[in-house]
Write a protein that binds this ligand. Structure first.
Ligand code: AMP
Length: 366
């Protein structure tokens, strides 16, 4: 069986490493192909090159993506030629923060309050309606804290407007959250779902730095997170791994965003569970049954950002070097996973790492 992946980054690399026996991989993308070198042929072409995308489907048994900025029109055409999962609709929803938040609210799922912003006057009205602080974000192409401006008061409107370069934008009310969680679920072709333990994520400047799982958290919150994930996956007739990032505020869960793919907050599952998010994604995409993951202990994952993993990183746990061709400030270069037998030891380790985080600028390129 031959599975194609749109994208040549670290997620493609880890998907290939998790491929079931007998599966061949092929990759498509015009970014740094260092992470997937040696793991399958790479079609080096632009993501908006319709003909090259169509050619890429030739000879594939299944297609998936790890890169999210491919035009939905092209994906629909590809999906007529080869089984594409997760479904294009999931990607379309996640590509636009306004569409995404509207989609969640229509399912009865809670998000931060928001307003579409299409003009400077519209921004003034939105700040008036939602109050400050608030976050102005680009509707599309934001990642790792890029494309965001935190407004402290209405005085910040001119700078926020100038910084983000105009519409289409969205203003979100500021969520005074207690914690950030993500729920990673997987759904197979038969509609069976499996969930990973809830992950707590720690961001700085909008970039994920450390995630920990399993965590001590109210059972009701876990049940609610799984209900949210299942509702989204069933609605979309989803196949593959879906990540939903949420804010916890008291006993409420507000959805921040979803990623229709394997996710940085699930990298710990490679060492930390019996079946990683990458493995489950590959199983679902290739038409096999989803497997129920069991945690192997108490895990934490630390992102290595801006430079290649060092000996100091390797001393912390299992180091993953993404084999990127060049290091850049803010670029994710690798990660480290430590699995502890006791939750208290893991929590101490995570607290020590979090207390000593250096500042990194928002990402330049993924
Ligand atoms: P995003 O790019 O939307 O995932 O945002 C990156 C990070 O910025 C989140 O993980 C939060 O830490 C923070 N953030 C984003 N939106 C909000 C919000 N509406 N209120 C408070 N913090 C936010």
């Amino acid at each position: 069986m031959k599975i194609g992946v749109l994208g040549t980054g670290q997620l493609g690399r880890m998907l290939a490493h998790a491929a079931p026996e007998g599966v061949e991989m092929a990759f498509y993308g015009n970014g740094d192909a260092g992470p997937v070198r040696g793991l399958g042929p790479v079609c080096a072409a632009a993501y908006d090159d319709r003909d090259a995308l169509i050619d890429f489907t030739e000879g594939l048994d299944a297609l998936t993506y790890e890169f999210e900025n491919v035009a939905a029109d092209h994906l629909h055409e590809m999906a007529e030629r080869v089984r594409l999962s997760p479904p294009v609709r999931a990607l379309e929803v996640s590509q636009d923060r306004l569409v995404e938040k509207t989609f969640f609210n229509e399912l009865g799922l809670e998000t931060a309050p928001f307003r579409a912003v299409d003009s400077h006057d519209g921004l003034v009205a939105a700040v008036d309606a939602l109050g400050a602080p608030a976050r102005l974000k680009t509707r599309r192409f934001g990642y790792d804290g890029k494309g965001q401006f935190p407004l402290q008061s209405a005085d910040d409107i001119p700078l926020a407007w100038e910084t983000l370069g105009g519409p289409p934008l969205i203003l979100e009310g500021f969520v005074d959250f207690d914690a950030e969680y993500s729920i990673i679920g997987a759904r197979d072709l038969n509609g069976r779902c499996a969930f990973y333990p809830l992950v707590q994520s720690h961001h700085r400047s909008g970039i994920l730095r450390v995630s920990v799982s399993p965590i001590a958290v109210d059972r009701a919150l876990v049940t609610e997170a799984q209900r949210i994930s299942r509702a989204v996956m069933d609605t979309l007739d989803y196949v593959g791994v879906l990540t939903i990032e949420m804010f916890a505020s008291g006993d409420r869960l507000l959805i921040n965003e979803m990623a229709p793919r394997v996710h940085n907050s699930g990298h710990w599952t490679i060492e930390g569970t019996t079946v990683s998010q990458f493995r489950n994604h590959m199983l679902c995409v290739s038409g096999k049954d989803v497997e129920l993951p069991q945690p192997r202990g108490y895990s934490m994952m630390i992102n290595v950002i801006g430079d290649y993993p060092s000996d100091a990183d390797a001393a912390r746990g299992a180091v993953h070097d993404y084999q990127k061709s060049a290091a850049r400030p803010g670029r994710k270069m690798g990660h480290v996973t430590a699995v502890h037998e006791a939750m208290a030891d893991r929590d101490r380790h995570a607290a020590a790492v979090l207390a000593n985080l250096d500042d990194v600028p928002p990402g330049t390129l993924p």
